[in-house]
Design a protein. Structure first.
Length: 79
């Protein structure tokens, strides 16, 4: 839908119709889309958002790739 904001890291289920803003790192499904859970705790989400890792250079992301596999470790080291 026009004017809707999808937060960073959100997962939108296949076929979902998003009629309202979606919070960062949440999972939404259905028609209309409803949030069913958050991917991480609010504390972790806040730290990930502040890191803005998506603005890191490709080389830095490649260097830190292994840390992305464990979000707690990633946040501890880089956020």
């Amino acid at each position: 839908m026009p004017g809707i904001h999808i937060g960073n890291g959100a997962i939108i289920g296949s076929g979902a119709v998003v009629t309202h803003d979606v919070e960062p790192y949440s999972v939404v499904v259905g028609v209309p889309a409803k949030s069913i859970k958050k991917r991480f705790s609010d504390d972790i989400i806040e730290k990930i958002e502040k890191s803005e890792w998506w603005n890191w250079s490709h080389d830095v992301i490649k260097e830190r790739y292994e840390d992305f596999k464990n979000i707690e470790e990633f946040v501890r080291k880089w956020c």
